[in-house]
Every structure is written in C-alpha cells, then in structure tokens.
Write a protein of this length. Structure first.
Length: 194
C-alpha cells in the first residue's frame, strides 16, 4: 500500500491542472486516490466553499434528470450525476447548500448537501404535508451547533420542523385571508411577509 501512495506524489500544479478538468462528482473520486490527493482536494474544496462565488443550480428533466452547478464569474459548468441516485425522490427546493427532496411512499424529506454528501432524513406527518403543493421551503442552521430548522409553506399552512425536538409544528396562515409572499429566518425568529 505504501508503494502506491508514493507513486501518487504529484506536484500541486499538476494536481491543480487535473482538478480543473473534473466534473462535480469526479472531485469525490479524485480525493479517494491517495493521501496526497486527498490533502490537496481538502484544501481545494475548503477554498471553493469559502469563496462565496455565486453558483447557479440547474436541474433539467429532459428525458432524464440532470443537475449542474454553474460558476457565474468563471463561466464554468460542473455537471453532477448525484441527483440520478435519488430518482425516486422529488426535488422540492434548495436552501443553505442542501437539496430538499421528498419521498412520497415513506412520507419523508431528505436533506442532501451535494458539497459534503451529508444526508439527513426527516419524517413528516402523514396527512399534514402534501409534497405536491409545497410552495417554498427554507433551511436554517444554528451557527453554534448542528441544530437546524426547516420551514415549509404548503397551501395555507406553515410547517416548521426543529431538529432539537425532532418534531413538527403547523401554523394556519389563513387569518384575514392574507397570502404569504415570502418568509425568512433571522436570529432564530421566523418572519413571514404577507
């Protein structure tokens, strides 16, 4: 095993050149080659995520599902096959670096971070949330912990899931027959615009 790792020692310039030719999913395989490549990928990925460059998400349903991330300043397209592995799931929204996907058969939501491959499963109340009528979804993390809040606008109800209690709270928003235009989470408070 040691001989294989010794042969993988390439200069940073060569590794950088190789990494620029890779698609989104290939970066994860690149990191699995050896210790040297994994260390390079870790630095590269940390810089990529910290750069805060705008990425445009494009999901296409032309015959088959495809997903691409478009780096606007560099005009680079990163294709991803990751979403093909979740064809039984319905794409709901993307928020806070996560795809929010729905599984109709088991009444669950799956949160998938395509950058870290972290997945979180959330059970939903059977009759409360109709995945086909979700208008908007928002995911917010506590900066000091792994706790998060998921807010879903579905018809005339606002459904709020908190990871600490692993439970849902539903609010009716039909008072005064106002329509919800948007909502945001700021300092652990949900603000709803009507």
């Amino acid at each position: 095993m040691k001989k294989v790792e010794e042969r993988c020692q390439l200069s940073v310039d060569v590794l950088d050149f190789i990494s620029k030719t890779l698609d989104f999913d290939d970066h994860f395989e690149f990191a699995a080659v050896c210790k040297n490549w994994r260390a390079f990928h870790k630095t590269l990925w940390r810089n990529f995520l910290a750069s805060q460059e705008p990425l445009l998400l494009q999901i296409a349903y032309n015959g088959r599902v495809s997903c691409s991330f478009i780096n606007i300043p560099n005009q680079k397209v990163y294709s991803s096959k990751m979403i093909e592995y979740f064809l039984s799931l319905q794409y709901v929204a993307s928020s806070n670096e996560y795809f929010i996907m729905a599984e109709h058969h088991s009444n669950t939501l799956m949160l998938i971070n395509p950058f870290t491959r972290i997945k979180k499963l959330i059970n939903t109340p059977n009759s409360e949330i109709n995945f086909y009528s979700i208008n908007r979804a928002l995911l917010a993390f506590d900066q000091r912990s792994e706790e998060f809040v998921l807010v879903i606008l579905c018809k005339h109800r606002l459904h709020v899931y908190h990871s600490r209690s692993c439970g849902w709270v539903t609010y009716s928003i039909m008072e005064n027959f106002e329509a919800v235009v948007d909502f945001v989470i700021l300092h652990n408070i949900i603000y709803v615009g009507t």
